[in-house]
Design a binder for this molecule. Sequence first.
Ligand SMILES: [Mg+2]
Length: 243
Amino acid sequence: MQRLALFDLDNTLVDRSEAFRRWAVEFCADRELPDDALAWLIATDQDGAVPRDWFFGEVTERFGLAASVDEAWRQYRHRMPELVRCPQEVRASLRLLRDEGWTVAIVTNGQADNQLGKIRRTGLDQCVDAWAVSGDLGIRKPAREIFEAATRECGLDLRGGGWAIGDSPVLDVEGGRAAGLATLWDAPMVRQPREGLAIGTHPARPHRHGRRGRCPSAARRGLRPVAVQPSVQPRPPADADAI
Ligand SMILES: [Mg+2]
């Protein structure tokens, strides 16, 4: 098997959950939202597993935002890359893999501006050989074609095999297996950043869910609080395909 490692991005190489929590805290503070708003945002986000247009449709309706769904979503995509973190240990581990002869790429679902922004702002662009972003390609995990595209960008052939590593049992593990890859279900950046990445081991753990916390007291720039609806958790459309 060729030494090819295809990593997921969100909650695998970067802590997307924490970045989202920080975005949600800012969102609540800017609008002086009530204390349960933060928990609602985090629960409704479902760790990024719901479509963003649906999510921001729910958000604009619940909080009565003046901004359109598209504008709220655009602002989110602008801010998220500024909030996301990738520990130095993760970048060092990727460099170590490449030093040891591995070819390394990122395969991620999401809008191109958001995902590329995360890759570049965290310095991951300097630590991998290539990346494939669904919003750029029009192909999403778990489709084999997105793994093929990343492999091709590396100058390799997917038929030579390799590894797919990520935190999603469906997108990364089932998708990787269907593409003929060995798979590792894990989110090493989140749990054990000081130990680096561990290809070849398989300490599979359940997928993490959103964190909860209190909405900070409203404070900023004289923004007025808005009335919100009773706390009802919306459900995404049945055929939801997250971006
Ligand atoms: Mg992920």
